[in-house]
Design a protein around this ligand. Structure first.
Ligand code: DC
Length: 242
């Protein structure tokens, strides 16, 4: 099917998976191709974490849950339309924080923040509002299970920890950093553990999600694969007569 000629019903495409599985790159590029909105929900958890760090809502290097929960009504996370770099930057209370949310302090604190139930409820409500009009590709850890259990197309992306670590390692080298590969593997395994064992919305594959193991696939092959699954979902949705 030609994804560029998409005149069918608007769908919700939910893409979940492990960190550094390449899901965001695939989801962003696919959304552009089919003219859908793209939402990176990891950026939203990162923006809340940045707010907590900036407002000193922690002690001893840990974010204070009660103080962060009290501050939630003051936090507004949104996305600017894609700029020249093709990326839709994340805004925290209107300020472009796309660069800051990818830096180490946020990366180091985001997993425990994402495990706080009130933070999840707050952001899930925002994510559901963003998908009200459909025509959206959203990626994260709980999109097919919690945010949009009714999504017409659900994909669960995985690759081995070693392959994901190698991708992360190369990204860091490209940024001029000097990572230790064994340390990167350890970090990936630790994040997998936190993401999949937390009580609230742990990372798991929805029963009706299609699994994509992309260890040995190029980005082009993945996009082609997704395009075919999208065509099938469109056909199913057309049969349903919305
Ligand atoms: O995908 P990422 O690395 O930017 O995600 C940042 C953190 O947020 C990571 O610890 C997983 C968590 N997250 C989540 O719990 N639920 C989501 N829907 C998206 C991300």
């Amino acid at each position: 099917m030609d994804c560029n000629q998409n005149n069918g019903p608007k769908l919700i495409v939910a893409i979940d998976g492990y960190s550094s599985s390449g899901k965001s790159t695939m989801a962003r590029s696919f959304a552009r191709r089919v003219g859908y909105k793209y939402v990176d929900t990891g950026a939203m958890y990162r923006a809340v974490t940045l707010y907590a760090l900036r407002h000193d809502l922690g002690a001893g290097g840990k974010v204070d849950t009660d103080r962060l929960v009290d501050a939630l009504p003051q936090i507004h996370v949104s996305f600017a339309p894609a700029g020249a770099d093709g990326v839709s930057h994340c805004l925290l209370n209107g300020e472009d924080v796309e660069r800051q949310i990818r830096e180490l302090p946020v990366s180091e604190h985001v997993s425990p923040v994402a495990a706080i139930p009130q933070v999840r409820h707050f952001l899930v409500a925002e994510q559901q509002a963003m998908g009200r009009e459909k025509g959206i590709v959203m990626d994260g850890r709980d999109i097919g299970t919690t945010v949009f259990p009714q999504a017409e197309l659900k994909v669960f992306v995985n690759a081995s920890p070693e392959v994901r670590a190698m991708r992360r390692y190369k990204e860091m080298i490209a940024k001029g950093e000097h990572p230790d590969y064994a340390e990167v593997v350890r970090n990936i395994r630790e994040r997998d553990h936190i993401d999949s064992t937390r009580k609230e919305s742990p990372l798991r594959q929805a029963p009706d999600a299609i699994r994509l193991d992309n260890d040995h696939m190029t980005l082009e092959q993945q996009e082609e694969w997704l395009c075919q699954r999208f065509g099938e979902a469109l056909a199913r949705a057309g049969e349903k007569k919305y």
